[in-house]
Design a protein around this ligand. Structure first.
Ligand code: KIV
Length: 267
């Protein structure tokens, strides 16, 4: 049986200058396909709220939903490291809540690590989780749970003072004990600089090529979600028309009495 990757493997990849490939998954079939393809890390992202549940943002996603999706991803994967997002208000109010909720994602969901959004203000929370042996991935820059503060999904860190703040955030997350850091929606030169300054790996999304790894939302990569089309998304396949064609053919065959044939019936 293939051994599942751990946070030590991910740390080693930065030292070896081996790029880290990360994708989101929320269910068994996608987890299985990407795991068999050799993905390094599967992120059970709270982006599930947008691309699966159809909300406008990630804020409504609950702990129970994240546990449900994590269980499915764990059943579908064998070799990837699985990290689960802590949903909005599962860690922001106090450290005790954060510990209980992170613990649930590990104990009930089966995740190996959790991810949470925020820099300097979240450092004590990250430390509190790491202190009870829950590995943490940080996430700074365009943090979707801060949509109302940011006034929409906007690139962060363009002004010099914002860039300096993001560098301070990145340092605080590393010093608090996170084992990796997602950099989302920030200028590529800034992401490269943060990557150079940190010893932990950076995983970029809309942060350019200078990061130690990249993450994309699987539904964006496959053309299954077109409500927003951020500049940083590359569509590697366009499966929506294939799915639509299959469904349309089925409807036609049922209506015309073509399906099922004897091949699909019991004697
Ligand atoms: O929720 C998510 O999918 C994420 C990634 C886009 C980084 O946080």
């Amino acid at each position: 049986m293939q051994k599942r990757k751990t946070i030590l493997d991910i740390a080693r990849m930065k030292q070896d200058k081996s790029k880290i490939a990360v994708l989101t998954a929320y269910d068994y079939p996608f987890a299985r396909l990407m795991d068999e393809a050799g993905i390094d890390v599967i992120l059970v992202g709270d982006s599930v709220g947008s691309v699966v549940s159809g909300y406008d943002n990630t804020l409504p996603v609950t702990m129970d939903e994240m546990i449900y999706h994590t269980r499915a991803v764990m059943r579908g994967s064998r070799q990837a490291l699985v990290v689960t997002d802590m949903p909005f208000m599962s860690y922001q109010s106090d450290i005790r809540d954060a510990r209980i909720n992170a613990g649930r994602l590990i104990k009930e969901g089966g995740a190996q690590a959790v991810k949470l959004e925020g820099g300097v203000p979240m450092a004590a929370t990250i430390r509190a989780l790491v202190d009870i042996d829950i590995p943490v991935v940080g996430h700074i820059g365009l943090t979707p749970q801060s949509i109302h503060r940011m006034g929409g999904f906007r690139v962060q860190g363009r002004a010099d003072d914002q860039a300096q703040q993001l560098i301070a955030d990145a340092r605080a997350v590393e010093e608090a004990g996170a084992f990796a850091l997602v950099l989302e929606g920030i200028p590529a030169p800034l992401a490269r600089e943060i990557t150079r300054l940190l010893t932990i790996p950076t995983i970029g999304i809309g942060a350019g090529i200078g990061c130690d790894g990249q993450v994309l939302v699987i539904h964006d990569l496959l053309g299954l979600y077109d409500k927003y089309a951020p500049k940083f998304v590359k569509r590697y396949a366009d499966v929506a028309p294939v799915i639509s064609r299959g469904i349309e053919d089925y409807i036609q065959e049922v209506k015309q009495g073509i399906f099922p044939t004897d091949d699909h019936s019991f004697k």
